[in-house]
Design a protein around this ligand. Structure first.
Ligand SMILES: [Zn+2]
Length: 306
């Protein structure tokens, strides 16, 4: 959606081409030679200093109109997510199913109790597993966020391991200097009629970042998913949209940065299963989440929250 303006040096060079033609027309051969020498020297990217501009526009009055627009800067505006580190958590893992002892080991739930390290996750009726879905969406999301200027850190490196446990996933943003945590999941409601996405925040908040900062993040993500054409959940509805408040998710309870779990679809709903089983569908989810993070960054909600 964001199209960067042409880089400054190229604009400068096209302006200089116009100058070259003007110079040819009036037979200003010495000027042409001098310009070529200067542009070819130095070995680095072509840049135009104020003194260059003065020299280039000097020979002919009409050349002034071909001068580079002085308001065009050498570098465009920074990309929308520049300066942010975003933690992306692909839910579950491909090796969880074969390692029940590890996965079922109790870990702190962030509220003084314990919770299983991790779970196997849901799947579609055709057998496409949630861990593969979350990994592929997260991979695509990381690529998009990087294009938008963010530094991205993932809680797991591939889809072949076990865990990490939910407490480690929750501590991950503060332990990796991330500004925000988005945990990617899909839901497995048995009712095939249930459909739609929803967001989850920790409630009541354990730390301040889990309160209003996380709700604001959830609003932006929900808004972007809705705008991208995904249906909000048919079963989860709060006054402010498909945002569920839960105390029992250790990933959210341990996070000391704005943190949201996204349940992107109901995996047992046939229509949504068809979307999430397609590469195109997973790219659409990733692009929508990235748009939500751009909205969040642009509203001033992003930033150190401790
Ligand atoms: Zn899940």
């Amino acid at each position: 959606m964001t199209h960067a303006p042409p880089p400054g040096p190229r604009r400068v060079w096209s302006g200089r081409l116009g100058l070259l033609l003007a110079g040819l027309a009036v037979g200003a051969l010495t000027f042409l030679v001098a310009l070529q020498v200067r542009a070819g020297s130095g070995g680095g990217p072509t840049t135009l200093s104020p003194s260059d501009e003065t020299v280039a526009s000097a020979p002919e009055p009409e050349a002034t109109t071909a001068s580079p627009d002085p308001t065009v800067t050498e570098t465009g505006p920074p990309p929308p997510l520049a300066g942010l580190t975003i933690a992306v958590d692909p839910g579950h893992n491909g090796g969880n199913g074969a390692n029940p002892l590890t996965v079922n080991a109790p870990v702190p739930d962030g509220r003084g109790d314990t919770k299983a390290c991790n779970t196997v996750g849901a799947s579609t009726d055709t057998g496409y597993p949630e861990h593969a879905f979350t990994w592929d969406v997260s991979r695509r999301l990381a690529e998009r966020l990087t294009e938008l200027g963010a530094v991205v850190v993932l809680t797991r490196p591939d889809d072949a391991g076990v865990g990490p446990c939910v407490d480690a996933r929750g501590r991950f943003p503060q332990e990796n200097d991330a500004d925000v945590l988005v945990s990617i999941h899909a839901n497995g409601t048995e009712d095939r009629g249930a459909h739609g996405f929803f967001a989850i925040v920790s409630d009541p908040p354990v730390v301040d970042a889990q309160g209003e900062p996380s709700v604001a993040l959830a609003h932006d993500l929900v808004g972007a998913l809705t705008e991208a054409g995904f249906a909000p959940s048919s079963s989860v509805a709060a006054d402010d949209g498909p945002i569920q408040r839960r105390a029992d998710l250790a990933t959210l309870n341990h996070a000391e940065r704005p943190a949201v779990v996204l349940e992107l679809a109901e995996m047992r709903n046939p229509e949504e299963a068809a979307v999430l089983e397609s590469e195109e569908g997973r790219q659409r989810y990733a692009d929508a989440i990235a748009a939500g993070l751009v909205a969040w960054a642009g509203t001033g909600e992003a930033g150190p929250t401790g």
